[in-house]
Design a protein around this ligand. Structure first.
Ligand code: FAD
Length: 441
């Protein structure tokens, strides 16, 4: 339902009464703002917060409630070390094998569509060694300062953050050796976090919930974990405190370029906006909105799932089970979240509980306590990662007309890259607003 709940009605919002007109008997009201941000996930909220802090009149339009999309039940890791792109030589062949196994990390769970075909072709094009390396360098650059930037945000906004690092245990020596190659590559690209290699005994001492007899592991001491809903709630609070307007239950139905370099943002509730700049941060729906506004961005939904367990196991820090692609995150409330899968699905797909069972089955040899989880009585969440074919998010001006910006396609790294994305969007929009004579802080 689109009822248009407004959390804050700023004094700065002006109604252009003369341009309000009747459509099908219903009055369309048009408010004048500097910036509209579409989507109240971590990317939209972080961008909106920085724009409002810079002194701009900003409205966030969210079709449901804030933070309920991919930004809800994810693992919450802020991980500059996990920037290896999906597009890499050989990955397409591995993915197809996994698709046929049906119990691996990735699955093809939709009837192929033109959207998926175009995305798949582009993914293949970006999977050469040279292009994969280009994606890795771009992601490493975007993630370079993210630990500091997210830490600063957490201090400003008081959301839950853990500075206990990321532990990566391996059952096989081969896995450890592969990780050593990856770490060397990342250090050459400027990764500056502290690392500690652990043998079997040290690993068991660091994380007693793990099975005994694993080959060893790596502790990335400077990686962070946030509780995702605490981060989005904190960003929303900070945004409103900085003078921003938050409209929930407000679905954007179209974007229209208007005279004078403005954009009309149409909503299904009939309360429209006339703005200088639109930031499309609508997660897996961003490509549709951008296409209607004349910009082409290829996105595919990569759905992942999670359960958040009270008291089943306890962990001293976040644990990545790299050999089976499962993420485990402990939070302050004593709960531990187990997440995984990257399923190519259509938009707004439903949760597939069988896929969560695969995640638990894969993780249990490492964390025997998970054998006790009964999915019949456990709430399973799933959310759509908005993924680009080259794994690199689209952040900045798009299309031919000024004032249209994309902030989407963060795939597996949306929490990690939110702070940096917000800074980039604030820089671009600030430049536009200054060119229009608006003071920007
Ligand atoms: C299982 C799982 C684990 C993950 N773990 C991590 C992790 O540890 N670290 C990490 O960095 N990333 C992780 N991710 C990825 C991360 O969750 C996403 O990249 C990130 O949440 C994307 O944020 P977003 O704001 O782009 O999208 P979303 O959070 O989906 O927000 C988009 C919003 O736009 C709204 N919207 C859509 N259409 C419209 C419209 N027409 N009008 C108005 N509003 C609209 C939606 O309702 C939604 O609220 C994980 C993802 C999953 C699924």
């Amino acid at each position: 339902m689109d009822t248009g709940t407004t959390h804050h009605s700023p004094a700065g919002a002006q109604r252009t009464g003369e341009s309000a007109r009747r459509t099908g008997g219903r009055a369309r009201q048009v408010d004048r703002r500097h910036v509209a941000v579409i989507g109240g996930g971590v990317i939209g909220l972080a961008s909106a917060y920085r724009l409002a802090q810079a002194g701009l009149d900003v409205t966030v339009l969210e079709r449901d409630a804030i933070g309920q999309g991919a930004s809800w039940g994810n693992a919450g890791w802020i991980v500059p070390t996990l920037v290896q792109p999906f597009n890499a030589p050989g990955v397409a062949t591995d993915a197809v094998k996994t698709f046929f196994k049906r119990d691996g990390y990735a699955a093809l769970s939709q009837v192929p569509t033109p959207r998926l075909a175009l995305w798949g072709l582009s993914f293949l094009r970006h999977s050469s060694a040279a292009r994969s390396d280009r994606s890795l360098r771009a992601l490493a650059a975007m993630a370079h300062d993210t630990a500091e930037a997210t830490g600063t945000l957490a201090e400003e906004l008081g959301f839950e953050i853990h500075r206990t690092g990321l532990l990566i245990p391996f059952a096989s020596q081969e896995g450890l050796d592969q990780q050593a190659v990856t770490q060397t590559q990342l250090e050459e690209l400027g990764y500056k976090g502290r690392t500690e290699w652990l043998d079997t005994g040290q690993l068991a001492a660091r994380e007693p919930s793990l099975s005994s007899g694993l080959a060893g592991g790596l502790h990335l001491l400077d990686e962070l974990t946030v509780r995702p809903d605490s981060m989005t709630a904190g960003l929303a609070r900070g945004f409103v405190a900085a003078g921003g307007e938050l409209r929930e239950q407000t679905r954007v139905s179209g974007l229209h370029a208007e005279a004078g370099g403005h954009w009309k943002v149409r909503t299904a509730s009939g309360a429209d906006l006339l703005v200088d700049a639109v930031v499309v941060a609508a997660g897996e729906h961003s490509d549709v909105l951008l296409r209607r506004a004349g910009a082409r961005v290829l996105l595919q939904s990569g759905r992942g799932c999670s359960v958040t367990l009270p008291g089943t196991i306890s962990l001293n820090q976040a644990v990545k089970l790299a050999e089976v692609m499962v993420a485990c995150s402990p939070f302050d409330n004593g709960k531990v979240r187990i997440s995984g899968t990257f399923d190519l699905v259509g938009r707004d797909a439903s949760t597939n509980r069988a896929r969560m069972q695969h995640v638990l089955d894969a993780a249990t040899p490492y964390l025997p306590g998970l054998a006790d989880v009964d999915l019949e009585t456990t709430e399973v969440w799933s959310g759509p990662r908005p993924a680009t074919p080259d794994s690199v998010p689209v952040v900045g001006p798009v299309g031919k007309k000024p004032g249209l910006y994309a902030a989407t396609g963060h795939g597996t790294l949306g929490m990690t890259l939110a702070a940096g994305t917000a800074a980039t969007i604030a820089m671009h929009v600030g430049r536009l607003m200054r060119s229009r004579g608006v003071r920007v802080g």
